[in-house]
Design a protein around this ligand. Sequence first.
Ligand SMILES: Cc1cc2nc3c(=O)[nH]c(=O)nc-3n(C[C@H](O)[C@H](O)[C@H](O)COP(=O)(O)OP(=O)(O)OC[C@H]3O[C@@H](n4cnc5c(N)ncnc54)[C@H](O)[C@@H]3O)c2cc1C
Length: 440
Amino acid sequence: MKTKIAIIGGGMSGLSTTYYLSQNPEYQIDLYEKNANFGGLLGLLTVNGVGFEGYYHHLFKSDKDIIGLIHELNIDHKLLYLPSSVGIHYNSKIYSFSTPKDLLHFSPLPLIDRIRLGFVAIYLQKFVTDKNWKKLAQLSAGNWILKYAGRRAYKIIWEPLLKGKFGEHADSISMAWLWSRLYLRSKSRNGANEELVYLDGGFKLLIDKLLEKLRNKQVNLYTNSDIVEIKPSSKQGLTLQVQKGQTLQYDKIIVTTPNPVFAKLCPSLPAEYTEKLAKVKYRGAMVAILQLKKQFMKDIYWLNVNDPNSHILAVVEHTNFVSPNKYSGAHLLYAGAYPAQTDELMTMNKTDLFELIVKELKKINPKFNKSFVDAHWIFRDKFAQPIVDTNYHNYIPPVKTGIDNLYLVNMAQVYPEDRGTNQAVRDGKSIADKIIFGEY
Ligand SMILES: Cc1cc2nc3c(=O)[nH]c(=O)nc-3n(C[C@H](O)[C@H](O)[C@H](O)COP(=O)(O)OP(=O)(O)OC[C@H]3O[C@@H](n4cnc5c(N)ncnc54)[C@H](O)[C@@H]3O)c2cc1C
């Protein structure tokens, strides 16, 4: 008899867990996704027949796990290593902010502050490492930057980013998280310049390939399947209920949903575990994608919007990274924010939201207007970014849930790194190995 395993959630965590488990013929695996499509926070769509992401995505060169998977799936010839360019929109002006030279020319800061910031960046990238980062875990990123980079650098560069991403929690974000972002990013540098990684055909290519492999291994793939309850049944087994009313028996279940969803669908979790789940708070994400007739901004792929009154945090011109020729000439632009789950950006109707986005974009490029836009999409998700505060390391929920054979693998467990598709693949492989080798 094969061991019956259910995986809940068909994002990158669920898909990679399923893929690695499916290498073992002793398992009968069912993968459940509540939405009509797999991919989760990638938010897959197609533009002019080419795969594209609803939420802006790229990889870093240091993303070894997902790049390894791409090689294993024999689609590595589709990897694109492309130069990236970053800018900051501040006081109605765009400043390049990609290289050390750009920092030296960043005129909103006095020269002394630019030099100081350069030393801070070198310190974080060269002297804090995988081995000694823990000393930063309990320190507030805001306070740390204020102390070492100074008030002006904090106010102009860092505060808008921390507030944009974490709102009222900005002051309590862990410095370990911020360090990790800068550290991993520095590994994608090629001398002074940054190179990022993308797939020709988008992440859809990877998801489609994974699904093809899973079908070949007789994995049952279920979409539109909202799991509503999991409970322990006999001594070691588990019962799973799908919304349609079916009740099914499994030997093991791996859940990859956000914490609050897991807590709700499994009321019999130990109280101590449920408490940990509840302590992790999330920010939502709102991203508008605009398909444009022409380029929005010159030479900048990723623009941080450092204007405290802006509703958007980043403008990402995908086709300043990947050529518009790949999309039959369409220019693709994201405007995104990480609002509180109850913020109006998360609840406003899509027509009003689109109007608001157009207004915000006009502040950046005054020539921009609606006639540039051929099509647009809005993506929103309530559980897009765990709030990684200075106590976060104390309440990360473990993979083992306290109920035998029931496991959790999700992005709230990723720390100090920022959550990402690479970590989802890494953690999916890790639990699959533990199950295959009998540790779990
Ligand atoms: C704006 C934005 C930009 C990002 N940029 C990058 C980037 O550039 N590079 C990068 O690597 N990462 C990036 N990320 C992060 C990356 O998208 C995530 O880390 C990754 O996709 C998480 O995958 P996951 O499977 O853990 O979670 P999810 O993608 O959230 O998957 C969970 C799945 O569970 C399903 N589900 C929920 N409840 C149920 C239920 N009851 N029954 C069945 N299914 C259920 C959901 O529908 C979902 O598909 C970005 C994220 C956002 C929001």
